[in-house]
Design a protein around this ligand. Structure first.
Ligand code: URA
Length: 305
């Protein structure tokens, strides 16, 4: 790569503006750094460290930190997992533990935590203490929700972006401003609607969440919907629709047609999949489709009284 020499503040400002408009919002090194390896004690330190006390203190840590992943795994699974020794304790203690093995155990733990929350506050607390999703370690904030938890309408997007991560609130950036206008068009705002995301932590660089990350976070958003118990759900974009409506159909086929989201306790909530505001910003010609969907939502809310 050719090195560009920039001298003046104006040139630097221009370069930064170019990066920002291209979506580059993280400063990274030229060479990759393995932060997980950095967090682990060096080989020599590990060799000379007294093994038993380390394990004991980790065990105590686990016992005092509530439900544990290990409770959901057989001894055999634990022993055969990479990085776990026969007692199920990761062999290189990283402090703080900065990475989770994204396996079925984390999904089960998330489900346990989500189910045990009987209020939205409890759910938020459980999510804040959950360390089973690696997105948490790169995000600045948990983005739980915004709006009125007693609202009849709940909207669920995909995952927070940079602005949402910084503020800890969903849909506060450009697509959020468009969403506010869409809500206003049907006479609603954040005092009469409740907004959340399938994924509550920003994926680094706004990458697409992996299917595993989505499965780990799914119990939380499902419980959040159950606790809010809205009359109508709106799925903003394909990932929200696919995750919460158990379908693999594309959003352009799904949108505009009523579906049902069924909660764990069996409550059927009418759900309208529609186009994501970020997509509408890129494809303004499709705003009329979203407008039609929002009119459907308005009519449904009126009909449900
Ligand atoms: N896009 C989303 O899906 N959610 C947000 O909170 C912001 C942008």
């Amino acid at each position: 790569m050719t090195a560009v020499s920039l001298k003046t503040p104006a040139e630097l400002t221009e370069l930064l503006a170019f990066y920002a408009s291209a979506g580059v919002d993280e400063a990274l090194e030229d060479a990759p750094i393995n932060r997980f390896a950095e967090a682990r004690p060096k080989q020599a330190e590990r060799a000379s460290a007294p093994v038993a006390p380390v394990r004991e203190s980790r065990l105590q840590e686990r016992q005092s930190s509530g439900p544990s992943l290990d409770a959901n795994r057989t001894a055999e699974q634990q022993a055969s997992s990479p990085g776990l020794d026969a007692s199920g304790i990761p062999d290189a203690p990283a402090r703080p533990m900065a990475a989770a093995v994204p396996d079925e155990g984390q999904v089960l733990l998330a489900r346990q935590l989500a189910t045990s929350a009987s209020t939205l506050d409890e759910l938020r607390q459980h999510m804040a203490t959950f360390d089973g999703c690696n997105l948490k370690f790169t995000a600045k904030n948990l983005v739980f929700a915004d709006g009125n938890p007693n609202a009849e309408l709940m909207l669920v997007g995909e995952a927070p972006g940079r602005d949402e991560d910084l503020e800890g609130l969903p849909f506060v950036g450009r697509s959020g401003r468009l969403l506010d206008r869409m809500l206003a068009a049907i006479g609603l705002d954040r005092t009469s609607a409740y907004i959340a995301n399938v994924i509550p932590w920003r994926p680094p660089g706004n990458r697409t969440p992996t299917p595993h990350e989505t499965e780990i976070c799914r119990p939380f958003i499902e419980r959040q919907i159950e606790l809010v118990n809205p009359k109508v759900l709106v799925n903003l974009g394909g990932p929200s629709a696919k995750t919460l409506l158990n379908t693999t159909e594309g959003i352009l086929r799904l949108r505009g047609n009523w579906r049902v989201h069924t909660t764990a306790s069996g409550v059927a909530i009418p759900a309208m999949p529609t186009l994501h505001p970020a997509y509408l910003l890129r494809t303004p010609a499709h705003k009329k489709l979203a407008w039609r969907d929002f009119l459907e939502v308005k009519a449904k809310l009126r009909g449900l009284g």
